[in-house]
Structure formats: C-alpha cells, structure tokens
Design a protein around this ligand. Structure first.
Ligand SMILES: [Zn+2]
Length: 136
C-alpha cells in the first residue's frame, strides 16, 4: 500500500472531505437564491471532527476555493501547519492548500467536482500544479 503517513493525517483528510461534501450540498441547494454579494455561513473545513466553527463567505468566494481539489476553507487560525499551507486569510476565513503527500492525494481523489466536469477537470488540476505540487 502506498500510505506512508500516520493515520492521523488520513483521518484529518477524511474529515475534511466529509465537511467539503456537506458544504457542496449546501451550496447546491442555495445557489439559485444567491446574490454574489450576500454572505452565508458554511462549515469550517479544518479537519478537526469536533470543530463547529462557521465561515461567512459569498458564493463567489466559495467557488474560488472549490476550483482546486486540494483547497479548503477554514476559520481563522484553524490550519494544521503539518499538512497544509495557508494561501490567504481575511477577517472571516482562511484558505488552505493540503500539501502533505498522502492527504493531498486523498482530497484530490475525493474531489466531488470530478463528477461534475469532464475533461476540464484535468485543466483545473493542471492549474493547481503550477503552484507547489509536482507530478512525478
Ligand atoms: Zn475548524
């Protein structure tokens, strides 16, 4: 098996995937009602199963994160520096990129939007790879 990291990192990644799925569902249900400037509360995707924090963001802000399968939206200071980098942060939320090898593979594999877009998915991943990711 290719897993080389501790099970904690994978549990954290699994938790992140579950909350991402929930946020995706919430966004789909609300998308018809959304004004670009209106903020709504979504769940923090930090990977802590006990975290109940909410993040306030517009649909446009949410979509800007969801374009990348390895990025998650979190409450301010909810990042785990061992598995993710903070890409941006404001007073309402932070955006992280999961960089730890096996956890990154897991969150990319579980990206729910792979099922929504066909071949353009590869382009989205290709754009992400311009940043820290290397494909061997
Ligand atoms: Zn959190």
């Amino acid at each position: 098996m290719p897993w080389q990291m501790g099970s904690h990192a994978l549990r954290e990644a699994e938790q992140q995937c579950l909350v991402r799925d929930a946020n995706e569902a919430a966004e789909l249900l609300n998308v018809a009602l959304i004004m670009e400037t209106k903020r709504r509360d979504l769940r923090c995707e930090c990977g802590d199963g006990a975290c109940l924090a909410r993040v306030s963001m517009t649909h446009a802000e949410y979509e800007a994160v969801r374009v990348y399968g390895s990025r998650f939206v979190i409450g301010v200071d909810h990042e785990n520096p061992e598995s993710a980098w903070v890409l941006s942060e404001n007073a309402r939320f932070g955006v992280i990129d999961v960089v730890a090898g096996d956890a990154r593979h897991q969150v990319l594999t579980r990206n729910p939007r792979h099922a929504w877009v066909d071949d353009t998915t590869q382009d989205a991943i290709g754009q992400a790879s311009l940043e820290p990711e290397r494909i061997n």
